[in-house]
Design a protein around this ligand. Structure first.
Ligand SMILES: Nc1ncnc2c1ncn2[C@@H]1O[C@H](COP(=O)(O)OP(=O)(O)OP(=O)(O)O)[C@@H](O)[C@H]1O
Ligand SMILES: [Mg+2]
Length: 313
């Protein structure tokens, strides 16, 4: 009697879990897609190098925990805007909102004057190329991965993009070249190789906006140089938003915005911000000292303690 009734009791637990699962499934399937009407609306036309403006945007992944707090930001067309600041400040979140992976809770984001919430997601993402730390390659050949989003591309165009992305040589070195299977069931490419595939994809698509989130962070210095060269070529003349922890890589940016606790606390060029002696100058000095320490230099003239006390005043 005991064993069967125990089994029966267990069945009930399993059944309830299944019912909960099924009801969650229906809840999700029954949710209106939100987009719907808007997706059929007139698609946004993003001309080469769109201007993106954040106007007092507040957003949190959880409604009561804002990550961006009335953040205002101006990304100028054809220029490079760098986002820097301490970890967790909200830099990647800004990029997530530009790509409309999430919608702001208040405030407006516009691209060339159009509210991005009112244009189709497809047309928005088509105008943009994203190269992040963790590039996703789907199952298929290298050729298909580069041509993703551009199905009719010719072999010449694909190879030209791969060359410009400093990817052609390593692709050629594979036995099957551009027909090498990658992704889950294929060959596992290194971080630097995947980054260069993503860059080739972006070059082929000729997107007007490039979003780079720590694109070279996980690479060794040799592939970092190759990827950096590819990025420099890709970004020339386009609208670029670049997030970098290593400040050295963004010194040349047209504008640097320091984001802290969900706000832009400082902006300007490298020289302007250094001269100001504020947050950027502090971050820069800290990083400079770390690099010198790594290089074995003991004494430096920058007095961090003095800067720190200045900031506290
Ligand atoms: N998908 C998510 N769900 C919930 N919270 C998140 C999510 N992504 C980020 N956050 C939180 O939002 C805050 C800002 O994160 P974000 O990734 O924008 O920071 P960041 O400035 O890019 O930092 P890092 O320099 O470390 O990349 C953090 O507190 C983080 O924990
Ligand atoms: Mg980030």
């Amino acid at each position: 009697m005991y064993a069967p009734s125990k089994a029966l009791a267990k069945t009930n637990v399993g059944l309830n879990a299944a019912i909960a699962g099924v009801s969650m499934f229906y809840e999700i399937m029954d949710t209106p897609a939100g987009e719907g009407a808007v997706e059929r609306a007139k698609p946004a036309f993003v001309k080469k190098g769109g201007t993106v403006v954040f106007d007092r945007v507040t957003f949190g992944y959880k409604p009561d925990e804002p990550v961006l707090r009335e953040l205002s930001l101006h990304v100028e067309a054809g220029k490079t805007t760098a986002l820097v600041g301490q970890s967790g400040g909200g830099k990647s979140t800004v990029v997530n909102l530009i790509l409309r992976f999430y919608e702001p809770q208040s405030g407006v984001i516009t691209i060339d004057g159009q509210d991005i919430g009112k244009v189709s997601i497809g047309s928005l993402r088509e105008a943009m190329a994203y190269v992040g730390q963790d590039v996703y390659l789907f199952g298929g050949t290298i050729r298909e991965n580069i041509a993703f989003g551009h199905p009719g591309a010719s072999q010449e165009a694909i190879e030209a993009a791969a060359k410009a992305a400093y990817a052609h040589d390593f692709i050629q070195a594979f036995e099957r070249g551009y027909d090498t299977e990658v992704g889950e069931r294929g060959l596992q490419l290194s971080g630097g190789q995947r980054a260069r595939i993503a860059i080739a994809r972006a070059i082929l698509r000729d997107a007007s906006m490039i979003l780079l989130d720590e694109a070279t962070a996980a690479l060794d210095s040799e592939s970092e140089q190759a990827v950096q060269n590819a990025l420099d070529d890709l970004c020339a003349g386009r609208t670029v938003v670049v997030i970098a922890h290593r400040l050295q890589t963004i010194q040349e940016a047209d504008k640097i915005c320091v984001i802290e606790a969900g706000r832009v606390v400082e902006e300007g060029t490298h020289e302007q911000l250094l001269a100001r002696g504020g947050r950027y100058a502090y971050l820069h000095a800290v990083q400079f000292r770390e690099e010198l320490e790594l290089a074995g230099v003991e004494q430096i003239s920058v007095s961090l303690a003095a800067m720190r006390s200045n900031l506290l005043l």
